[in-house]
Design a protein around this ligand. Structure first.
Ligand code: NDP
Length: 329
């Protein structure tokens, strides 16, 4: 095997540099399956890694990229054989293990999932970690017994990746979806995904009272901080909010009042170390339930050379929905 293209983050004297360079196969890390990456995506976490805004990368040099879809090139594991179509999310790829933004990635077989029937590689990455996390959030709400007859569902960071997929999934499941966004100019887009109402995120971004008027029964939050505190304060009796992100901040300035006076639940969502069986369920559900027309509406295709710009754009809150990296483009 000859050297291949890779986007590499390096760090010298506390200064991070990013560039495309040939990667020698001997530089790949341990793993029993070699995958030829055909598609990847740019998630918020990839934006953090590439811009160095948060210490996502914990090994240098690093090939960032937390998820990919591709074709098995070599396998020492009986589960996969050459030619199998697979996808991967998380498990530390792009953080501690060389990740997706290269023509090849060597990973553990346990980290891979077969491409679900009914999804091609580009669609799988249009969903990507953001969409799979939205599915985990919806599954957590369902597992908690939340059903659309209990009231509305709020989705924050609505025009982003997690938000866009969450709106589509919740609307398809029959929820009255309230989309909270800083981009009210995207109201038509959000309604086309299934939102019934669109509100300005400024309504929810200030300091939260311990309890507020009950407005929704459920929610998917990718924003954190005072927004999540406001969501919890306005959740109906017995309702639940799935917390999966920190686009506004990592803090959570709330009180115990909603939990002990209204029996509200806060459900934590982690996609990175999520057990394999639950991942497989989430991907099967995505292949079955996610509206393909909605997925197409939220997707922008870019080439390998455009990843760094997309990373800066996602940090600036300028990406609508999802970005797919076509490695052949
Ligand atoms: P995106 O950038 O696509 O979406 C984030 C959205 O949040 C933006 O589009 C914007 O939506 C909103 N937003 C941005 N900045 C602020 C702010 N200061 N205050 C309020 N809202 C803001 O990112 P993703 O959808 O890929 O990820 C969303 C979050 O979820 C990230 O924090 C990410 O780290 C986290 N995440 C967590 C995972 C997990 O395993 N728990 C997995 C995947 C993602 P709008 O313009 O509509 O207001």
């Amino acid at each position: 095997m000859t050297p291949f293209r890779a986007l590499v983050i390096d760090k010298k004297d506390e200064t991070q540099s990013v560039g495309i360079r040939p990667l020698d196969p001997s530089e790949l890390m341990e793993g029993n399956v070699l995958v030829r990456v055909t598609h990847s995506t740019v998630n918020y976490k990839d934006g953090l890694a590439l811009t160095g805004k948060a210490p996502v990368v914990r090994r240098f040099p690093m090939v960032p990229g937390i998820d990919f879809a591709g074709i098995v090139e070599e396998s020492d594991d009986p589960t996969f054989k050459k030619g199998d179509a697979v996808l991967l999310n998380g498990w530390g790829t792009g953080e501690t293990h060389l990740g997706a933004y290269a023509d090849y990635s060597r990973v553990k077989a346990d980290w891979l999932i077969r491409l679900p029937q009914g999804l091609n590689a580009a669609e799988a990455m249009a969903i990507g970690t953001a969409g799979y996390t939205a599915m985990l959030a919806v599954m957590a709400l369902e597992h908690h017994g939340m059903t659309p007859d209990r009231g509305a569902a709020i989705v924050t960071g609505a025009a982003g990746g997690v938000g866009s997929v969450a709106i589509s999934l919740l609307a398809k499941a029959g929820w009255h979806v309230i989309a909270s966004t800083g981009r009210v100019s995207e109201a038509d887009y959000l309604k086309s995904l299934g939102a019934s109402e669109v509100i300005d995120r400024a309504e929810l971004s200030g300091p939260a009272k311990p309890l507020a008027k009950e407005r929704w029964a459920a929610g998917v939050d990718s924003v954190g901080s005072t927004t999540l505190a406001n969501l919890i304060a306005a959740t109906r009796y017995g309702g639940a909010i799935a917390a999966c992100g920190l686009a506004q901040g990592m803090d959570l300035p709330t009180s115990v009042a909603p939990f002990i006076l209204r029996g509200v639940s806060l459900l934590g969502i982690d996609s990175v170390m999520c057990p394999r069986a639950k991942r497989a369920d989430a991907w099967t559900r995505l292949a079955r339930d996610l509206d393909r027309a909605a997925l197409a509406k939220m997707t922008t295709m870019i080439g390998f050379g455009d990843i760094q710009k997309a990373a800066a754009d996602i940090m600036a809150g300028q990406i609508r929905g999802r970005v797919v990296v076509d490695m052949a483009k």
